[in-house]
Ligand binder design. Structure first.
Ligand code: PLP
Length: 423
């Protein structure tokens, strides 16, 4: 067994070293003290939804107990304090992804709504019959279905960039798909099913050379690595709060200011208008134009606290810890007879999908649960990817910053038992 990591790395500002002590970090997550079926919880399903540290839970609780009111519309003190806290959260998210302006941060329900928003506004206004968009074989359904809905409405053409059998994104093949009709490239930054990190800088550069805009689905990237909107020069970036140790019901769509300014509203209602008469309404500037109705106020504050939490830990330290977990898990699982890791891309985040000869992924998940181990089993909302790999389902262990080498050992030991049961 490997000892759990307690390591030193540069913090996000690169100024001084921070140490990452996973056992101390685990103290921040009350749920990790739970026992499942009499065994200590081993939570390996962070890619589906990550657990929340006390800092996030407390920020939400305190907001509800001390400053809660509706935002942007009250003259009274509580409403002003709630508005300040809500807008301070927007600024925290701006800093978290190094966007140039807080006006580029739109709060929505999550990555699914982010992508639907871009399809319904940018897509409806700027794409017409015969225009092409490029997705990849790695995509989550939420970065496929909104474009298919647009395809039905507008007659756009969807092209799909291929991967190889290890799950690597094939850049030259992608570049061949670009054409003068390509308007948008919408690709995941990190695959939720395989962990593949896609070559986003090269994708963005090539797409921009071809005159196309780029949307990255950053859902699985933001919990694992620092992302920088200005350095990437990406047009849209989508992510969900609950995958980065924040609450559900809140996510961020980043969009370049000049692009957002050209886009029509997503939904109509309160908060997003400047004036309304029965004859005509006029709309606010972004981001408020895209935030109709009462927003998820407390959740935004919680997401701000999650961004602070990750920044304070140091995303490079988190990444280094998770890469060590990934290396150890890959080594231990590949040594198990009858087990095959699915997805062996050159660059991966800490997600390990696998299949076991003669055992259905759901049975693996059910037996692991008896040992207190939570993994995901199924198609991971990526049915076209499963079809590409010739699989119906995989089991997936996805690691978070609170996982330990002992968690990997528990998984490997329990998988040996699964094998014995089905031998
Ligand atoms: N994109 C990726 C890569 C995901 O992993 C997920 C969730 O699993 C989503 C999008 C959708 O996120 P949400 O359900 O939070 O909208």
């Amino acid at each position: 067994m490997l000892a759990s990591t307690s390591r030193t790395a540069m913090n996000d500002e690169g100024r001084h070293s921070v140490s990452f002590d996973v056992h101390r970090v685990r103290e921040d997550f009350p749920i990790l003290k739970r026992r499942i079926r009499g065994r200590p919880l081993v939570y390996l399903d962070s890619a589906a939804s990550a657990q929340k540290p006390k800092a996030v839970l407390d920020a939400m609780q305190v907001a509800q107990e001390t400053i809660y009111a509706n935002v942007h519309r009250g003259v009274h003190t509580l409403s002003q304090e709630a508005t300040d806290a809500f807008e301070a959260a927007r600024e925290k998210l701006r800093a978290f992804i190094n966007a140039a302006s807080a006006d580029e941060i739109i709060f929505v329900r999550g990555a699914t709504e982010d992508i639907n928003l871009v399809a319904a506004t940018y897509g409806r206004k700027f794409l017409s019959a015969g225009d092409e968009i490029i997705l990849s074989e790695l995509e989550h359904h939420s970065n496929i279905v909104p474009w298919q809905l647009l395809q039905t409405e507008k007659g756009i053409v969807i092209k799909v960039a291929p991967i190889d059998d290890d799950g690597n994104f094939l850049l030259p093949a992608f570049e061949k798909l670009l054409s003068p009709r390509t308007r948008l490239v919408a690709i995941t930054h990190v695959s939720n099913a395989l962990g593949t990190v896609t070559p986003v800088r090269a994708i963005i550069e090539a797409a921009h050379r071809a005159g196309a805009k780029v949307l990255l689905d950053g859902c699985q990237a933001v919990p694992h690595m620092a992302v920088d909107m200005q350095a990437l020069d990406v047009d849209f970036y989508a992510f969900s709060g609950h995958k980065m140790y924040g609450p559900t019901g809140i996510g961020v769509l980043y969009g370049k200011k000049e692009l957002l300014a050209t886009m029509p509203p997503y939904q109509g209602g309160g908060e997003m208008i400047s004036t309304v008469t029965f004859a005509k309404s006029t709309f606010k500037e972004p981001p408020h134009r895209f935030e109709a109705g009462t927003p998820a106020i407390v959740e935004a504050i919680g997401l701000g606290a999650a961004a602070d939490y990750l920044t304070a830990l140091g995303r490079e330290a988190v990444r280094a810890h998770e890469q060590a977990l990934l290396a150890y898990a890959s080594q231990r699982l590949s040594a198990l007879p009858g087990l095959q890791i699915v997805g062996r891309a050159a660059e991966k985040a800490a997600i390990v999908s696998f299949v076991m000869e003669g055992v259905h992924a759901h049975d693996i998940g059910t037996i692991l649960d008896r040992a207190g181990i939570a993994v995901r089993a199924g198609h991971h909302c990526a049915q076209p990817l499963m079809e590409r790999l010739g699989l119906a389902a995989t089991a997936r262990a996805s690691f978070g910053l609170y996982n330990t080498m002992e968690d990997v050992d528990a998984l490997a030991d329990a998988l040996k038992i699964v094998r014995e049961i089905f031998a």
